[in-house]
Every structure is written in C-alpha cells, then in structure tokens.
Design a protein around this ligand. Sequence first.
Ligand code: ATP
Ligand code: MG
Length: 294
Amino acid sequence: MSWASKLSKPYRIDHGKKFRLKDFDPGATAQIRSKEHAKELLEKGIAEMADLQDKLYAQDRWAVLLIFQAMDAAGKDGAIKHVMSGVNPQGCQVYSFKAPSSEDLNHDFLWRTSKCLPERGHIGIFNRSYYEEVLVVRVHSDILKNERLPDGLVSKNMWGERFEDIKNFERYLSNNAVVVRKFFLNVSRAEQKRRFLERLETPEKNWKFSAADVRERECWNDYMIAYEEMIAATASPRSPWYVVPADNKWYTRLVVAAAIVDTLQDLKLAYPNVDTEKRQQLQAARAELEKRKS
Ligand code: ATP
Ligand code: MG
C-alpha cells in the first residue's frame, strides 16, 4: 500500500450504513511522528500530485472533481491553496459556490454546479457545492422558500430524495469518467471558536470574519446532524467521502493531499502511446531541425 493510501484510508467512507460522526476525532494526527515528518510527506505528496496531474492532462481520458464542504473556518480555502500549490493551473479550475443568484434559483438545484464540471484531463475543485442543498437549505427553512418549489414537492421526504438524486448524479458522472471525491473538513466547535477569535484579534484576518458565521455557529448541532445523514446517504465506493480531521491545519492538508494522490494513483495514468506514424513524424521533424543552420 502506498503512503498516500495508508494515510488517507482511515478517513475514507465508502459505505455510509454504519457511519457516525462521533467516531471521527477532529483532533486526530495519526501516523505522523513529528511536524518535520508531516512537512516531508506533504512535499512528497505535492510533487507526486504534479507528476500525476501531468499524465492526467496528457492522457485526456479522466476528469477529477474534488468537493470541499465544511463549517466556517474549518480551513477549506487554506487546504485548497496548499494542496494545489504544485499543480499546473492550466489543468485545474476552482469554483466557489455562495448563496445562489436569482438566475440559479430559476433552475433545478444541480444546474449551477453542472455548468462548472471539469473537462476531461482536468481537475475541478468545488469550494462548497450542490451539497449545500442538503445542508444550509435544510437547516434554514426560509432558504428553501426562495427555491419556490410547489407545495406538493416540499416534505420531510425531500431530503432523502435529494440524497438519491445526488447519488444518481454522481453515479452518472463516474460512468462518464468524472472521478468524484468529497471532503468534509471536520473541525471541532471549540477550535472554530478559537479561529473566530483569532480572526477578530488579527488585523490581517479581520476581512475573513463575518457576523453571519457566528449565527451559523448557533445551529451547530443541526448542521452536524445534517452532515452525518448526508455522508451516510451519499458515500459510495465510486464517490467516497473523506472525513478529514481539521483541528490541525497541517494534518488536514496532508490527509487531503494523500487522498488526491491515492485517487490519481488508482487511475493508472500514463502518457499516451506514440504510434508508428507519429514516431516517423517526430523523426522527420528532428532531422529537419538538425539540417538547418539556425
Ligand atoms: P467560505 O465561508 O466558504 O469561506 P465566504 O465566507 O467567502 O466563503 P460566504 O459569503 O460565506 O463566502 O458564502 C458562502 C455562503 O453561501 C455560505 O453560508 C453557504 O452556506 C451559502 N450557500 C452556498 N450554497 C448555497 C445554496 N445552494 N443555497 C443557499 N446558500 C448557499
Ligand atoms: Mg463564510
């Protein structure tokens, strides 16, 4: 088993049946001896990812979709920034999904994200995603009202139906060579408070603070129930969730990097074969170049 597989597997959920959030410790730092060890592994991970991404792009068969969901201040932005620091921007797109626009609200809930799916050979990153539709929309009933669904379609069962729709959508994506991996950055309530206070106390971090985030914090338990049910219902071997410990940022980044490397390694990526005709063309071009003086 590769280091990436070993490090990320404990947090990977392929089957949701027995999934309980309480079994996952936000403060975990398993398998790491020291910060130096972590740094070494992260560098290795980023280098491996760069190499694999180059092949993904050249081979042009698979697309990879990485979805990040979390409570505020869990470190989504930082994880995306660090983990992707080694990849070629040309083969990678990041989309952040905030409150939906009025145009978005005129459509079904998968519409706005569908337009942003990665093309073959590319890595797409969703900073929040259609999963907000079973999180914030579930926790706040007034947001659901904005979606203007007819009465008959709004019921207790609708969340189960949305889970099914998402599962089917991800199945469809995987049948079309879009590999989906989902990350829940699992921060504790205490660590979130510490990070909010830090945002208030550090001038360079003030911009990140929003009063709305504190109000969301009051719904913590509702969110945890929504996350648990969502992960249990939508984890599958082809589109697993990773419940990543998020109280230590350096560990979060390492586990995310490991999960991505493991995913790319599983695809058995390779540079496209050069056929005889192409090889002849390459030889002719080389001879031509060498023949000329300048
Ligand atoms: P983040 O908190 O991810 O770092 P941000 O603070 O820059 O991002 P916000 O202005 O907080 O951005 O926008 C994200 C907000 O949009 C979140 O509160 C999220 O719940 C909300 N949101 C995202 N998708 C939806 C949706 N489909 N329906 C309603 N609200 C949504
Ligand atoms: Mg926010």
